[in-house]
Design a protein around this ligand. Structure first.
Ligand SMILES: [Cu+2]
Length: 694
């Protein structure tokens, strides 16, 4: 590429006449498709990505260097001014907007390789079809928050089927061939390791990844000695424990129904409800955030996916080398989709930020707009259509989104609300199910029915319905006719909503990643291996950080955040896990061996229950348990708020008015207490149990 710059413009081919742009596909749909055009895309992508893997790590457009932009190696890319190096934009509002041109860079480069290197190898008679397939191809996304059926028809969260395949079949001139699947893992060219001295300044320096030639997912096998990790040949080549990833993603059901663990759908939905943009976008603690209960963010959700994708010693878990795993790109295309969905759901808030906030014009280095020194900004990358793509849910040109021939943002927002409610709103689904399974015999639950007292009078009708389907309303989908459901369900279900919040310093362990796990129930003894598989874990927060070595070249953004001791917030929803415990009357053993059962969803029941059964633990990403006192600035709190779920699916659920339940955490040194030195919450954000009881 000589001295010329590499501007990011996306793929401009494949546009329609009326503003249509190619629509990205969910990776499982894309991979399962039998459409000959998509099958051609399989060949094109697998062949092009393999070529980028094989390109010299000294070539700026090799996969190695593109992956390296994310963090390591710490060298300038595309001759950007190094003193301004600010490549990995984490823990700041440009987290999703920086990753947008980053995704586009790989997509655009792959398209160029398809057009210039792959298609010309085929006979002339094939080239037109291949070119058409390339023009409408866009990098697929992995919708991690949608359950998919496995081979036996059981629906749960899972890794993309594509990343499990060791080999894939591709077309070659005159026939087909089986090649190593580039989505199975990345392998360095020419037998190099990531930290090979032949790479000079271009080498990765983060241990233990320097010694690897291929990427790994959950490579750690129980029983292996700690210090042997990555010293053996198998680890260096790459171990893909995709079932290890799957296990982390999955939701665990109680026999009688309901989830005992957290749910990705729930988390995803709640993240999309967070406003304003700067709170939604990144995991950094925003001023005033502690008062509002808005601890959740897109980045925070994404961080956990990095942990689950990489696991102990896996590449995805470390910012330094996270982008080397091709899985990263499927994940990050979905992060980009969530950004696009948020923009569509909150058009006014979106405009507010992108038009007025100074962060919206911060250069997104190293991504250039043109051949000169003009860099993209959040403003310049805001409209995905400008870069020649969109997602299935945001096809703005569709007739149903027009008013008087013009795009109407409110029509899209309403449509998206409906879609998000159907796809991800498991908080509302759980409350509806709980409501429908409330009979006169069941323990009365004033939380679920509060404000809708008349609803309880409907109980005979509900019982009839339950009898009608064999005595058990096992799930909302088992109810045959949606109309019956509508008759019974009130317009609004108001429910108590419980969340666990955590705030901590990102560089607490000198910037090493760590996981904060939350449990309702017993925390098993036996260290990392035992707790990382505990079914009592209801959620976790992952500190997706990278150690800063002040004596070496560093990501300047990270160094600055380390000096400023930046604080991160995270949130895990607890409501559904609690609701299952209550509805199924699941016994929980106390320290003294007594069995207790949650008796209701109001704070007077939940507070003493959680005081006994809510716990948290910290481990680093090398599998060591970490004493909580080492996580500087860490405070865990549980809050109760109110959720409003509407029977009108065009209305979004509201999660609001959170107050901190000090009683649950105050006896733990890393828990939030009422002590003034916590200074986390203002007085009106406190909910003392005593005030409920009197
Ligand atoms: Cu990421």
């Amino acid at each position: 590429m000589g001295g010329s710059r590499y501007p990011i413009v996306g793929i401009q081919a494949g546009r329609g006449k009326n503003g249509e742009v190619p629509v990205k596909m969910e990776v499982d749909d894309w991979w399962a498709s039998k459409d000959p055009m998509i099958r051609n895309q399989h060949t094109l992508l697998f062949t092009a990505l393999t070529k980028l893997y094989e390109a010299s790590p000294h070539d700026k457009l090799s996969f190695y260097q593109i992956a390296g932009i994310h963090n390591q190696p710490i060298v300038p890319w595309d001759d950007t001014p190094f003193e301004n190096k600010n490549y990995c934009m984490h823990s700041q509002p440009n987290f999703p907007t920086w990753h947008r041109p980053y995704n586009l860079l790989l997509e655009q480069r792959l398209y160029e390789v398809m057009i210039n290197d792959v298609i010309p190898q085929f006979p002339k008679s094939d080239q037109a079809d291949l070119k058409n397939a390339a023009d409408v191809w866009r990098f697929p996304y992995w919708d991690f928050a949608t359950k998919k059926a496995d081979a036996s028809g059981v629906r749960n969260y899972n890794v993309p089927k594509l990343i499990r395949e060791k080999e894939v079949e591709v077309r070659v001139p005159g026939g087909t061939a089986r090649i190593p699947n580039p989505f199975y893992q990345f392998t360095m060219p020419d037998g190099l390791t990531l930290g090979d001295e032949k790479l000079g300044a271009n080498a990765v320096t983060r241990e233990p990844y320097t010694r690897t030639r291929g990427t790994s997912r959950h490579p750690y096998v129980e029983g292996a000695k700690e210090d042997e990790a990555y010293l053996n040949e198998e680890h260096a080549r790459g171990i893909q424990n995709n079932d290890g990833v799957k296990e982390k993603l999955q939701e665990w059901k109680w026999e009688g129904g309901g989830s005992v663990t957290g749910s990705l759908r729930d988390w995803c939905y709640r993240v999309l409800m967070v406003t304003p943009f700067e709170v939604f976008a990144d995991d950094k603690a925003d001023p005033g955030e502690s008062d509002t209960g808005r601890y959740s963010s897109l980045e925070d959700l994404h961080n956990v996916l990095h942990d689950w994708g990489g696991g102990k010693f896996g590449h995805m878990g470390a910012p330094a080398v996270g982008a080397f795993d091709p899985f990263f790109w499927l994940l990050h295309n979905n992060v980009d989709r969530l950004l696009e969905l948020w923009i569509g759901l909150h058009p006014k808030e979106a405009r507010d930020w992108v038009e007025n906030d100074s962060d919206a014009v911060t250069p997104l280095i190293p991504f250039r707009k043109d051949n000169g020194e003009n860099y993209h900004t959040a403003q310049s990358v805001w409209h995905a259509e400008d870069f020649g793509y969109t997602y299935p849910e945001t096809q703005r040109w569709r007739a149903k989104y027009q008013t008087d021939g013009k795009f109407d943002e409110n029509k899209l927002a309403t449509d998206l609300a409906q879609l998000m409610n159907k796809k991800y709103n498991s908080a509302a689904a759980a409350q509806r199910k709980a409501f429908l399974t409330t009979t006169r015999d069941a323990p009365s639950d004033k939380t679920i029915t509060s404000g809708i007292a008349a609803a309880l009078d409907q109980a005979p009708k509900i019982s009839a319905l339950i009898k009608g389907i064999g005595g058990l309303a096992t799930s909302i989908s088992a109810i045959p006719d949606g109309k019956i459901e509508e008759e019974i369900l009130p317009d609004i279900i108001e429910a108590k909503d419980y969340v666990a919040n955590v705030i901590y310093e990102k560089y607490a362990l000198d910037g090493h990643p760590f996981t904060i796990r939350f449990f309702i129930g017993k925390v098993p003894e036996g260290g990392f291996n035992a707790i990382s598989q505990a079914l009592t874990q209801v959620g976790e927060i992952y500190n997706f950080a990278d150690p800063v070595e002040f004596d070496k070249p560093n990501c300047e953004n990270c160094a600055k955040q380390a000096r400023e001791r930046v604080k991160i917030t995270g949130q895990v929803p607890l409501t559904n896990a609690l609701l299952t415990r209550y509805k199924q009357q699941i016994p929980h053993e106390t320290d003294s061996g007594e069995k207790t059962v949650l008796q209701g969803m109001d704070p007077e029941h939940v507070v003493p229950f959680l005081k006994e059964h809510f716990h948290w633990r910290v481990n680093d990403n090398q599998g060591h348990m970490v004493d909580e006192s080492r996580i500087t600035g860490m405070k865990v709190s549980v809050a109760v708020g109110t959720a409003y779920h509407h029977s009108d699916f065009t209305k979004l659920s509201e999660f609001t008015a959170y107050k901190i339940l000090y009683d649950i955490t105050e006896n733990n040194s890393s828990g939030t207490g009422a002590a003034p030195q916590d200074r986390l919450f203002s007085r009106d954000a406190i909910f003392r149990l005593a005030s409920v009881l009197t």
